[in-house]
Design a protein around this ligand. Structure first.
Ligand code: GLN
Length: 200
Protein backbone atom coordinates (compact mmCIF):
# COMPACT_ATOMS: atom_id res chain seq x y z
CA UNK A 1 0.00 0.00 0.00
CA UNK A 2 1.42 3.34 -1.00
CA UNK A 3 1.48 6.33 1.36
CA UNK A 4 -0.18 6.63 4.72
CA UNK A 5 -2.62 3.87 5.69
CA UNK A 6 -6.27 4.99 5.52
CA UNK A 7 -7.63 5.99 8.92
CA UNK A 8 -11.03 4.39 9.49
CA UNK A 9 -13.28 4.83 12.52
CA UNK A 10 -15.46 2.19 14.13
CA UNK A 11 -18.42 3.71 15.98
CA UNK A 12 -17.75 2.32 19.46
CA UNK A 13 -20.94 3.04 21.41
CA UNK A 14 -22.13 -0.60 21.50
CA UNK A 15 -21.71 -3.75 19.42
CA UNK A 16 -19.00 -5.89 17.85
CA UNK A 17 -16.41 -3.13 17.58
CA UNK A 18 -13.32 -5.30 18.12
CA UNK A 19 -14.12 -7.65 15.21
CA UNK A 20 -14.23 -4.69 12.80
CA UNK A 21 -11.04 -3.20 14.23
CA UNK A 22 -9.33 -6.56 13.65
CA UNK A 23 -10.47 -6.82 10.01
CA UNK A 24 -9.42 -3.21 9.28
CA UNK A 25 -5.98 -3.78 10.83
CA UNK A 26 -5.55 -7.05 8.91
CA UNK A 27 -6.08 -5.01 5.73
CA UNK A 28 -3.40 -2.48 6.70
CA UNK A 29 -5.75 0.32 7.72
CA UNK A 30 -5.43 2.35 10.88
CA UNK A 31 -8.56 1.57 12.94
CA UNK A 32 -9.84 4.06 15.51
CA UNK A 33 -12.69 3.62 18.00
CA UNK A 34 -15.01 6.62 17.71
CA UNK A 35 -17.30 7.91 20.46
CA UNK A 36 -17.18 11.69 20.16
CA UNK A 37 -17.69 14.22 17.36
CA UNK A 38 -14.09 15.48 17.57
CA UNK A 39 -12.88 11.89 17.02
CA UNK A 40 -15.21 11.50 14.03
CA UNK A 41 -13.60 14.50 12.35
CA UNK A 42 -10.22 12.71 12.27
CA UNK A 43 -11.27 9.70 10.16
CA UNK A 44 -11.57 9.09 6.41
CA UNK A 45 -14.20 6.35 6.69
CA UNK A 46 -16.53 4.88 9.29
CA UNK A 47 -17.97 1.49 10.25
CA UNK A 48 -21.21 1.11 12.19
CA UNK A 49 -20.94 -2.31 13.86
CA UNK A 50 -23.55 -4.96 14.60
CA UNK A 51 -25.17 -4.96 18.01
CA UNK A 52 -28.51 -3.50 18.98
CA UNK A 53 -29.65 -0.63 16.81
CA UNK A 54 -32.01 0.87 19.41
CA UNK A 55 -29.12 1.09 21.89
CA UNK A 56 -26.70 2.50 19.31
CA UNK A 57 -29.36 5.08 18.41
CA UNK A 58 -29.92 6.15 22.02
CA UNK A 59 -26.22 6.35 22.81
CA UNK A 60 -25.47 8.20 19.56
CA UNK A 61 -28.02 10.83 20.49
CA UNK A 62 -26.86 11.16 24.10
CA UNK A 63 -23.19 11.38 23.01
CA UNK A 64 -24.12 14.12 20.50
CA UNK A 65 -23.04 11.86 17.64
CA UNK A 66 -26.26 11.50 15.65
CA UNK A 67 -26.11 14.85 13.84
CA UNK A 68 -22.34 14.75 13.18
CA UNK A 69 -22.61 11.24 11.71
CA UNK A 70 -25.57 12.33 9.55
CA UNK A 71 -23.64 15.36 8.35
CA UNK A 72 -20.53 13.27 7.60
CA UNK A 73 -22.57 10.81 5.53
CA UNK A 74 -24.24 13.67 3.65
CA UNK A 75 -20.75 15.07 2.99
CA UNK A 76 -19.74 11.77 1.32
CA UNK A 77 -17.79 10.04 4.09
CA UNK A 78 -17.48 6.35 3.11
CA UNK A 79 -19.49 4.31 5.63
CA UNK A 80 -20.17 0.60 6.06
CA UNK A 81 -22.81 -0.80 8.42
CA UNK A 82 -23.33 -4.44 9.39
CA UNK A 83 -26.63 -5.73 10.79
CA UNK A 84 -27.58 -3.14 13.46
CA UNK A 85 -25.26 -0.85 11.48
CA UNK A 86 -27.39 -1.43 8.36
CA UNK A 87 -30.47 -0.48 10.40
CA UNK A 88 -28.71 2.74 11.48
CA UNK A 89 -27.98 3.58 7.82
CA UNK A 90 -31.53 2.96 6.56
CA UNK A 91 -33.56 6.05 5.73
CA UNK A 92 -36.56 4.20 7.17
CA UNK A 93 -36.86 1.52 9.89
CA UNK A 94 -39.77 -0.93 10.14
CA UNK A 95 -40.40 -2.48 13.56
CA UNK A 96 -38.10 -0.12 15.43
CA UNK A 97 -38.77 0.50 19.09
CA UNK A 98 -40.89 3.56 19.93
CA UNK A 99 -39.10 6.70 18.76
CA UNK A 100 -36.15 4.82 17.25
CA UNK A 101 -34.15 6.91 14.78
CA UNK A 102 -31.47 6.14 12.25
CA UNK A 103 -28.63 8.14 10.72
CA UNK A 104 -29.92 7.36 7.23
CA UNK A 105 -27.92 7.41 4.01
CA UNK A 106 -29.47 4.42 2.27
CA UNK A 107 -32.75 4.91 0.41
CA UNK A 108 -34.22 1.69 1.82
CA UNK A 109 -36.74 0.41 4.32
CA UNK A 110 -35.06 -2.05 6.71
CA UNK A 111 -37.11 -4.33 8.95
CA UNK A 112 -35.54 -5.11 12.34
CA UNK A 113 -35.46 -8.73 13.56
CA UNK A 114 -37.10 -9.73 10.28
CA UNK A 115 -36.35 -13.42 10.61
CA UNK A 116 -38.39 -13.73 13.80
CA UNK A 117 -37.87 -15.75 16.90
CA UNK A 118 -37.92 -19.17 15.31
CA UNK A 119 -34.90 -18.58 13.09
CA UNK A 120 -32.99 -15.87 14.85
CA UNK A 121 -29.65 -16.90 13.46
CA UNK A 122 -28.54 -18.82 10.39
CA UNK A 123 -25.67 -19.04 7.90
CA UNK A 124 -25.76 -19.29 4.13
CA UNK A 125 -23.54 -18.84 1.09
CA UNK A 126 -24.48 -15.71 -0.79
CA UNK A 127 -23.68 -14.78 -4.34
CA UNK A 128 -22.56 -11.14 -4.43
CA UNK A 129 -22.04 -10.37 -8.14
CA UNK A 130 -19.96 -7.21 -7.52
CA UNK A 131 -17.51 -9.17 -5.34
CA UNK A 132 -17.23 -12.14 -7.73
CA UNK A 133 -16.10 -15.60 -6.59
CA UNK A 134 -16.18 -17.24 -4.14
CA UNK A 135 -19.64 -16.62 -2.66
CA UNK A 136 -19.80 -14.83 0.68
CA UNK A 137 -20.35 -17.07 3.69
CA UNK A 138 -22.92 -14.92 5.47
CA UNK A 139 -23.84 -15.18 9.16
CA UNK A 140 -27.20 -13.67 10.14
CA UNK A 141 -27.70 -12.96 13.87
CA UNK A 142 -31.19 -11.62 14.71
CA UNK A 143 -30.72 -9.97 11.39
CA UNK A 144 -32.71 -7.26 9.63
CA UNK A 145 -33.93 -7.48 6.06
CA UNK A 146 -34.05 -4.82 3.37
CA UNK A 147 -37.76 -4.68 2.75
CA UNK A 148 -37.69 -2.20 -0.11
CA UNK A 149 -34.96 -0.52 -2.15
CA UNK A 150 -35.69 3.02 -3.31
CA UNK A 151 -34.42 4.52 -6.57
CA UNK A 152 -31.26 6.02 -5.03
CA UNK A 153 -29.98 2.71 -3.61
CA UNK A 154 -29.10 -0.59 -5.27
CA UNK A 155 -29.24 -4.19 -4.07
CA UNK A 156 -25.89 -6.01 -3.88
CA UNK A 157 -27.09 -9.41 -2.73
CA UNK A 158 -30.28 -11.34 -2.11
CA UNK A 159 -31.23 -14.62 -0.47
CA UNK A 160 -32.35 -17.47 -2.75
CA UNK A 161 -35.96 -16.31 -2.31
CA UNK A 162 -35.08 -12.80 -3.55
CA UNK A 163 -35.10 -10.95 -0.22
CA UNK A 164 -32.39 -8.27 -0.25
CA UNK A 165 -29.63 -8.47 2.37
CA UNK A 166 -26.90 -6.12 1.08
CA UNK A 167 -27.23 -2.64 -0.41
CA UNK A 168 -25.15 0.31 -1.55
CA UNK A 169 -25.70 3.97 -2.36
CA UNK A 170 -22.84 6.29 -3.26
CA UNK A 171 -20.23 5.86 -0.54
CA UNK A 172 -22.59 3.99 1.82
CA UNK A 173 -22.61 0.20 2.12
CA UNK A 174 -24.81 -1.98 4.31
CA UNK A 175 -25.15 -5.72 4.94
CA UNK A 176 -27.72 -7.55 7.07
CA UNK A 177 -25.03 -10.13 7.90
CA UNK A 178 -21.64 -10.03 9.64
CA UNK A 179 -18.57 -10.52 7.39
CA UNK A 180 -16.39 -9.41 10.30
CA UNK A 181 -16.99 -12.69 12.14
CA UNK A 182 -16.16 -15.13 9.32
CA UNK A 183 -12.87 -13.88 7.90
CA UNK A 184 -14.65 -12.36 4.88
CA UNK A 185 -12.77 -9.15 4.09
CA UNK A 186 -14.14 -8.04 0.71
CA UNK A 187 -16.76 -5.61 2.05
CA UNK A 188 -14.13 -3.92 4.22
CA UNK A 189 -11.80 -3.82 1.22
CA UNK A 190 -14.59 -2.14 -0.74
CA UNK A 191 -14.90 0.47 2.03
CA UNK A 192 -11.13 1.09 1.91
CA UNK A 193 -11.30 1.52 -1.88
CA UNK A 194 -13.96 4.20 -1.41
CA UNK A 195 -11.82 5.88 1.25
CA UNK A 196 -8.75 5.93 -1.02
CA UNK A 197 -10.76 7.15 -4.01
CA UNK A 198 -12.11 10.04 -1.95
CA UNK A 199 -8.67 11.00 -0.61
CA UNK A 200 -7.08 11.08 -4.07
N1 GLN B 1 -31.52 -7.19 16.17
C1 GLN B 1 -30.51 -6.20 16.23
C2 GLN B 1 -31.09 -4.78 16.12
O1 GLN B 1 -32.25 -4.60 16.07
C3 GLN B 1 -29.43 -6.40 15.19
C4 GLN B 1 -28.67 -7.66 15.46
C5 GLN B 1 -27.22 -7.60 15.04
O2 GLN B 1 -26.64 -6.54 14.84
N2 GLN B 1 -26.61 -8.78 14.99
O3 GLN B 1 -30.35 -3.84 16.07
Amino acid sequence: MAGKPPRVGVLALQGDVREHVNVLESLGAEAVRIRRPDELRTVDGLIIPGGESSVIDKLARSFGMAEPVRAAIADGLPVYGTCAGLIMLADSIADGIEGQQSFGGLDVVVRRNAFGAQVESFETDLDVPELGDPPVHAVFIRAPLVESVGPAARALASLADGRVVAVAQGNVLGTAFHPEVTGETRFHERLLEMVRARLN
